[in-house]
Design a protein. Structure first.
Ligand code: IMP
Length: 432
């Protein structure tokens, strides 16, 4: 395969950054195509822990071209700071390796304020957003009022558009949300600076990508968030504001469908986590759930929030497989299940006496579903140092085989610890 799409198959935080970091070894180009700095991809390299919010994880390997394309919403302050951090940590020898779409929309300070104030106002009904202004930025994009990266390069135009935007957004913040608006000057000055700092990175990334496709480069598409947070197909309204399923690889980059052979790999933890509100049928509010939080270090890399935890949900996984046309799985954090016996897989839901085997679209139904579990023997061994499939305890191999059977997909990769080397590549997706 020339291209691999890395898709979160759950509610985000599946370990996509890890998988991208691993596969980047064989790729020349890595692309972020949706979402914004609501994402947090954690990679541990030696004794360094790197969290990336906007720059594709491919940046951690020398020489890879990293594209932030039109579907991403970009907070320029976060990007400027992230680039500076990467430089000082020795991961970015020069900025030529990062290219930023002129069409990507900007997250403005008022977007972030609206996001936070709105959540406060919602009270118990809150979505539990990351508070990064993602939703309001996509709203401005959809109502065709957004400011784009390209606008940053035209200070006079930028000023005019910003003034118009402020008028409406300030009125909303002050009159509806009861907050404090922004003055033109307090935004203009820092944004002029961001424009200068980012100017050299701005490009038509759709053309760059097409050129790489034609050259035969291997390309990784790094999804953010997870399939169940998809704006259309996720557990609406407890979702993010972008398309997190594979379709947005095309709309979010300007790459035409069929331009290159592309395999979609779904990343799933060996259990499930969720941050923010919304139904979660396999959630465990018991000591096993606490144990998953502790053993798995389940605290958000963007907001530090404790994640909700539960058993692996095969219905949700099969739904993600269907939505994105996934062709293989990467199973992460299987080491976290060590010491639990039995381990469980949700294979059906009970809803008002009925047995459901498909993930229901209706949130009211989903919130009343009771999972039906299949129990498998657990294992006690620490898996951190295992590097070959054949060295895994039999119970782990049984678990893998059962997941493959229930999903109909091969597990191509697995991770057994937070460090770069703690992975087993069962089948290399690029070789398929
Ligand atoms: P927003 O994307 O900040 O608007 O948040 C909407 C929902 O998506 C909330 O439930 C967030 O917790 C969730 N979310 C957004 N980004 C991520 C992510 O990268 N990982 C996990 N959950 C996320």
């Amino acid at each position: 395969m020339q291209g691999i799409g890395i898709i979160g198959a759950q509610w985000g935080d599946e370990g996509k950054g890890r998988v991208v970091d691993l596969l980047t070894e064989q790729a020349q180009v890595v692309v972020r195509y949706q979402g914004g700095n609501n994402a947090g991809h954690t990679c541990v390299i030696g004794n360094q822990k790197i969290v990336l919010h906007l720059v594709p994880s491919g940046i951690l390997r020398p020489g890879r071209l990293c594209l932030i394309t039109n579907g991403v919403v970009v907070n320029p302050q976060v990007l400027v700071e992230e680039i500076a951090r990467l430089k000082s940590a020795g991961f970015l020898e020069n900025e030529d390796r990062i290219r930023l779409s002129d069409r990507a929309h900007l997250i403005m300070p008022y977007h972030q304020r609206i996001d936070v104030l709105r959540e406060e106002r919602r009270g118990a009904q809150k979505i539990g957003t990351t508070g990064r202004g993602i939703g309001p930025a996509y709203e401005d994009k959809a109502r065709r009022a957004g400011l784009r990266v390209g606008d940053l390069l035209e200070p006079e135009e930028f000023k005019k558009k910003l003034a118009a935007n402020l008028e409406e957004n300030n009125a909303y913040i002050e009159k509806i949300l009861g907050g404090k608006g922004f003055t033109l000057a307090e935004i203009l000055e820092p944004f002029r600076e961001y424009g200068e700092k980012l100017r050299g990175l701005v490009a038509d990334t759709s053309r760059l990508l097409d050129a790489e496709v034609k050259k035969g480069s291997r390309i990784l598409f790094e999804g953010a968030q997870g399939s169940l947070l998809d704006l259309d197909h996720g557990t609406y309204p407890y979702v993010t504001s972008s398309t997190t399923t594979s379709g947005s690889i095309f709309s979010g980059t300007g790459l035409g469908f069929g331009r290159l052979p592309l395999l979609m790999v779904g990343v799933t933890k060996a259990y499930t986590t969720r941050v923010g509100s919304g139904p979660f049928p396999t959630e465990l509010s018991d000591p096993v759930g606490d144990r998953l939080v502790e053993a798995g270090g389940e605290f958000g890399s963007t907001t530090g929030r404790r994640r909700r935890t539960g058993w692996l949900d095969i219905l949700a996984l099969n739904y993600a497989i269907r939505l994105s046309g996934l062709g293989g799985l990467a199973l992460t954090k299987i080491d976290v299940l060590s010491g639990l016996d039995p381990v469980r897989l949700a294979v059906a839901y009970r809803y008002r006496g009925e047995r459901l085997t498909e993930f229901p679209a209706d949130l009211k139904i989903l919130s009343q579903c009771e999972p039906e579990y299949e129990s498998l023997p657990g294992w006690q061994e620490n898996l951190g140092s295992v590097r070959r499939l054949s060295d895994l305890p039999r119970a782990v191999r049984n678990y893998l085989a059962r997941v493959e059977e229930l999903t109909g997909l091969p597990v191509l990769l697995m991770s057994l610890g937070a460090e770069r080397g703690q992975t087993i590549v069962i089948r290399d997706p690029f070789s398929l």
